[in-house]
Design a protein around this ligand. Structure first.
Ligand code: FES
Ligand SMILES: [Fe+2]
Length: 376
């Protein structure tokens, strides 16, 4: 990238920022999840890639009380989430196999099972019917597992995750866990959410798309980053000198992505921060993004608390800026890539392992490392 372009661009605010001007507080929160009417179809935007497999959040743990039933929609499917009286979270497809009622609307919990609101058939977590209160026998077909599709569920890091695989292949790896979450001395989550009208694949490119950091986020320097891919995991380490009221400090950002929907980022230097990110596709052209932040209580409530909060605001702002681009982009299957772009092709290759089990097997156990140089 020629230096002149950088100099010129630095004199003006990034173009996307003008769209966000004046938005703050509740208005900004509402904008983040608002519909975007009259947008081109997913086909026109070439958003037709299958949903990847992996672990994906369907709700926060603390937003599902014992005995509560929730309707959710992800992977272009209606689903029902419930927490049994035994505290365990469970997820099934929403439509009852009897006469098709949506069990997320009016369904209720009976012990650990889910009871359909239409004729009270009861389902267990394996998607089999355990009881029909008005019938002497349960039809054998209804008793079988996955009579209604059951989703593998793991509750961890303050989230309820499901395993999604388009061919219903059981989990190929585990959900990573982040010990800071819920630990004494760490703040409760500060939660942010967005609906992004894009595909998970295009969002996955973002971390490796170095040039956009300057043009969209106005990062002064492209910092040096090292990225390691080990099997399904991808870790990126970015180090940079950061200016603070106390002088220059060594800043470090470590991003650990387990699969495209599940990851975390640890920020060190200004204020220690853990960001748990949970990104779940809703439709081919719509994704639900949840960012949950936790910080050491001593820093969040201490004299540097203002800085700690500003860091969180800044990270959320970056997503706002990206959203303006993502909401409208067309997926380029064969992008024209140039020299300063960063390892976008590598990011795409890594993402592809979550689209086919054969590709995943090819990657299993392999380690790759690539490095980007600082530019300014
Ligand atoms: S439709 Fe669910 S019990 Fe009849
Ligand atoms: Fe970005």
């Amino acid at each position: 990238m020629p230096d002149t372009a950088l100099t010129d661009a630095r004199t003006t605010p990034a173009a996307v920022w003008t769209k966000l001007e004046g938005l703050k507080g509740e208005e900004l929160a509402a904008w983040r999840i608002a519909d975007l009417p009259n947008r081109p179809t997913a086909e026109e935007r070439n958003l037709k890639e299958p949903f990847p497999f992996g672990w994906f959040a369907v709700c926060y743990s603390d937003e599902l009380a014992p005995g509560e039933v929730k309707a959710v929609r992800y992977f272009a499917r209606e689903m029902v989430v419930w927490r049994g009286e035994d505290m365990k979270a469970r997820v099934l497809d929403a439509y009852c196999r009897h006469l098709g009622a949506h069990m997320g609307h009016g369904g209720r919990v009976n012990g650990s099972d889910l009871e359909c609101p239409f004729h009270a058939w009861r389902y267990n977590e394996r998607g089999g019917v355990t009881e029909i209160p008005y019938s002497r026998i349960v039809p054998p077909q209804a008793k079988r597992e996955n009579c209604v599709r059951a989703w593998p569920v793991v509750e961890r890091n303050g989230f309820v995750y499901v395993w999604h695989h388009p061919d219903n292949i059981p989990p190929l790896f585990e959900v990573d866990s982040y010990p800071e979450v819920g630990s004494p001395g760490w703040t409760p989550f500060r939660k942010f959410e967005w609906r992004v009208f894009s595909s998970l694949g295009d969002m996955h490119d973002n971390g490796q798309d170095l040039a956009h950091f300057f043009y969209v986020h106005r990062t002064a320097v492209f910092p040096r980053a090292e990225t390691f891919i080990e099997g399904h995991r991808m870790r990126s380490i970015t180090r940079a000198k950061l200016g603070t009221p106390r002088g220059e400090v060594d800043g470090e950002i470590v991003s650990d992505n387990s699969s495209p929907g599940q990851g975390c980022v640890r920020f060190k230097g200004i204020s220690e921060t853990l960001l748990v990110s949970a990104i779940t596709p809703i439709e081919k052209d719509e994704v639900h993004v949840r960012f949950a932040f936790t910080q050491p209580q001593s820093e969040a409530d201490g004299p540097m608390g203002g800085l700690a909060r500003a860091l969180i605001r800044d990270i959320a702002k970056q997503l706002d800026q990206d959203k303006i681009i993502w909401d409208r982009l067309r997926h380029e299957s064969e992008p024209l890539i140039c020299d300063g772009d960063g390892p976008v092709p590598m990011a795409r290759e890594r993402y592809a392992q979550f689209l086919s089990t054969a590709e995943f097997e090819r990657w299993r156990g392999k380690t790759r490392r690539f490095e980007t140089k600082a530019r300014n």
